[in-house]
Design a protein around this ligand. Structure first.
Ligand code: ADP
Length: 159
């Protein structure tokens, strides 16, 4: 069984993430969406909130699981029996950091391949940060995120 890990902060999940996860789920037998617990970052949504929103938004995909992880991504991927890490690329600016990260991960775990999927044109501008900024100023994010995320953002920003 070919298993892939889609790692990220998902603070919160956007339609860009959903697109990449959907496409990964068509290529791999199982996809694990791995939500990073990073003690150095202060996320808007708690780990539980982020996991719940992802589970609800992706419940139509039977071969997708959602989990949290901390520590080294390659250790987690190995532990879950994954042969690949799937990441999305939006712009050239993503490339430099991703190349460095993929090179380090290859050194640490040569058996885990990093695979990049190009963003779909509709989502190339989309990031969790953009969504949070728009939502914080009461902007309409309904075309950028799944329904449940839009609802949670409205609650967070007191609407
Ligand atoms: P990280 O902090 O690890 O980049 P994110 O939650 O921002 O976590 O993103 C998780 C993954 O989803 C990354 O591989 C990122 O490049 C990808 N991604 C985010 N937004 C988009 C988008 N609009 N189109 C394609 N890929 C995206």
């Amino acid at each position: 069984m070919k298993i892939a890990v889609c790692p990220g902060s998902f603070d919160p999940l956007t339609n860009g993430h959903v697109d990449i996860i959907n496409r990964a789920a068509m290529v791999f037998d199982k996809v694990i969406v791995a939500v990073l617990h990073n003690p150095n970052k202060k996320p808007l949504f708690t780990m539980e909130e982020r996991e719940k929103m992802i589970k609800e938004s992706l419940e139509n995909l039977p071969n997708v699981e959602v989990e949290s992880f901390s520590g080294l991504l390659v250790d987690y991927a190995r532990q879950r029996g994954a042969c690949a890490i799937v990441r999305g690329l939006r712009a050239v600016s993503d490339f430099e950091i991703e190349l460095m990260q993929a090179s380090v991960n290859r050194k640490l775990a040569p058996e885990v391949e990093t695979i990049y999927m190009m963003t779909s044109n509709d989502f190339s501008f989309l990031s969790s940060s953009v969504v949070k900024e728009v939502a914080s100023f009461n902007g309409d994010v309904t075309c950028m995120v799944p329904k449940v995320v839009a609802k949670k953002l409205a609650e967070k920003f007191g609407k």
